[in-house]
Design a binder for this molecule. Sequence first.
Ligand SMILES: *Cc1c(COP(=O)(O)O)cnc(C)c1O
Length: 417
Amino acid sequence: MTEKTLPLSPAALEKLAERFPTPFHLYDERAILANVRRLKAAFSWCPGFREYFAVKATPNPHLMTILKREGLGTDCSSMAELVLSERTGITGESIMFTSNDTPAEEFVKAKQLGAVINLDDISHIPFLERAAGLPDLVCFRYNPGPLKGGNAIIGTPEQAKYGFTRPQLFEGYRTLMEKGVRRFGLHTMVASNELDPQYFIDTAELLFDLVNELHDQLGITFEFVNMGGGIGIPYRPEQDAVDLERVSAGVKAAYEKKILGRGLPPLKIYLECGRMITGPYGYLVARVRHIKQTYKNYAGLDACMANLMRPALYGAYHHISVPAKMDLPRDTMYDVTGSLCENNDKFAIDRMLPKLEPGDLIVIHDAGAHGHAMGFQYNGKLRSAELLLRENGEVVQIRRAETLDDYFATLDFDLKV
Ligand SMILES: *Cc1c(COP(=O)(O)O)cnc(C)c1O
């Protein structure tokens, strides 16, 4: 069970919504920091442990700055994310560049920044060499194919477009060694939003076994294994958060047995989680605009799927609270909709909520990762502001809402056609 709490009292939220027009995303700095510190503490047994925050989850430089202060790096997979890192003062091996179908200019940029380059395919070895030259340190992304089950969001590894096959890994590392590369990493990521702690322990074991095999066959000493992201969060109140201490204990036991126990030198462990870092600590705050009663009850919000795509995209559950009505019974069933001309623009279907009226403030939980970031402008819907609730209780706007001028910025209305 996970209690779905509000970041501020109902009265304080109402005041905030008077200052900043809804909809907006609100991130809770104190909760983000507490969570990051817990993750770091769980893995403090591992020298060099590092989390590289997956920028795509919440690509805001101000959030990235907070995470940087905690010692996190960034995981990037596009030019924009590399530049965001650079402009946030995150460079060198504090950047993990885990891309796929990568354009040459992104390899050039990653190499310039001194990022750890994590290759998605064996053909990218000569491609990178031609584009930017090979760096000292190279990592490969492994796709275990039938050797490991995937999960619903990312699909089965065999159907996933990512990574090297097992034979390609051996061939690829051999090629790198022949070309003079001296520092190596190994990466895999085959799950997304996974809640079973054992899944991550199994992933660590799989990587440690491979490190052994590659060491025995090629004489490679790895600097790190990167277990990827994918630690899930309890979107539903009846779900439990991943027990990080249990994951850590399982990984530690495997590390002691399969790395230290076999006489291999210490190996750093990296993660590149996005969702579990900020997801539960971000809220989409909106207001009920219209109540409509036809064949069903509809609560139409001033937010739409441009602000949070996950329910429409995956049928994902996001918990909904009505701050002013927390003590009232959830006795009325609604589809909670946005204004986009798409019938799947619904934050919830058949959801029991307190009886709603226009003007009610609504809080949609767990919108702190893959929330604002995924938004689009289809149907001329604009993306909302992002606000940060500081540790001291102040609220700072860390991204303004888009305007029509932003939307039209790529058009030249004076062009004669
Ligand atoms: C999306 C992604 C992540 C982060 O995934 P989460 O589910 O947010 O933890 C990490 N690494 C890569 C390569 C990704 O594509």
